[in-house]
Design a protein. Structure first.
Length: 319
């Protein structure tokens, strides 16, 4: 699997990617200058940090860390979205609590939408139409652990819902009605819900959050899971390539600036595992749509600080 980590600088959705169609909210990049989590969808839905959740960097790139007691993001979204929608989020829980809500558009007795991880055994959501509940048991069973990333997707239509975890369908259900995600009186909150049973906060990390005004297909969800950063277009990235055998290599900088010689590898992501995991010759991570990389040379030349590359152009193409 390949993850891309954005750096300080312009980043936006790539309109040429089919997975961008229907995005009405995209939050994954933290602006140090304004303290706002910018909406990359072009809709201008920049959020407010409440309680000061800190920015952290992991193999998922930049994410916000929530303490489970006072920190969340809030967004007043324009207009409304009802009928059909998709909610997608990357989450990394630090607790197996039964009340670990990571996204909601409801407060207390309101009938909007909320979703949470639950007790290490599954995911739970409530789906409403603004005046009543269409389902208060939109649930799916799957085992999850703390300190691990999971991609959770809810596809909601006027006839029911489908739930995905890490690219695979784990649940579904039916109802009849017009589900409401948000309107002028409902604020989107990431990491928080005000439920009848009490306020619930998320404990852990939350990365990319996407809202769609359409129903993603099973194929769409799987592609988004396998390469979540393919929908973005940034002039500068750190690219983490997770190879077979648990080996991770970090390619840092613009591809156009790479030259024959040495390619820096971050210390935390230095080659971990047996050298036999790499085949002598050429390795091409072909799933990267915008970077074509060929790493050539002897395995023995790989080291934690630098990696020797043959005199032939090692990496070509635009970042």
């Amino acid at each position: 699997m390949i993850y891309r980590q954005p750096q300080i600088g312009p980043i936006k959705l790539d309109p040429a990617n089919p997975l961008v169609k229907g995005i009405v909210g995209a939050w994954s990049y933290y602006d140090y200058n304004t303290g706002a989590v910018l909406d990359l969808s072009g809709q201008g839905n920049s959020g407010t940090l409440n309680g000061g959740p800190p920015l952290v960097t992991s193999t998922r790139g930049q994410s916000l860390s929530f303490n489970g007691s006072s920190q969340y993001l809030s967004y007043s979204l324009p207009g409304s979205l009802s009928g059909t929608y998709t909610v997608s989020a990357w989450v990394n829980p630090s607790t197996l609590s039964s009340a670990n809500t990571f996204l909601s558009t409801r407060d207390f007795a309101d009938h909007g939408f909320d979703v949470k991880l639950q007790s290490g055994t599954g995911v739970h959501a409530d789906i409403g139409d603004g005046t009543s509940w269409l389902s208060t048991a939109a649930d799916a069973s799957f085992s999850y652990s703390v300190n691990t990333w999971y991609h959770i997707v809810y596809v909601v239509t006027t006839t029911g819902y489908t739930i995905y975890a890490n690219g695979l369908q784990v649940g579904s259900g039916t109802f009849a009605g017009t589900p409401l995600l948000w309107d002028s009186s409902r604020i989107l909150k990431i990491g928080y819900v005000g439920a009848v049973a009490g306020i619930e906060y998320f404990s852990g990390l939350i990365g990319d959050v996407l809202l769609y005004s359409r129903a993603l297909s099973a194929g769409d969800v799987l592609r988004l899971y396998n390469n979540p950063w393919q929908i973005y277009n940034s002039p500068k990235r750190n690219i983490l390539v997770r190879a077979a055998g648990g080996v991770t290599v970090a390619l840092t900088g613009q591809a156009s600036t790479f030259a024959a010689g040495a390619l820096a590898i971050t210390e935390s992501e230095a080659l971990i595992g047996q050298a036999s995991s790499f085949a002598v010759g050429t390795m091409t991570p072909s799933t990267i749509p915008v970077v074509t990389a060929a790493l050539s040379g002897q395995v023995a030349s790989f080291a934690a600080g630098a990696m020797a590359i043959t005199a032939a152009p090692a990496i070509s193409g635009q970042a």
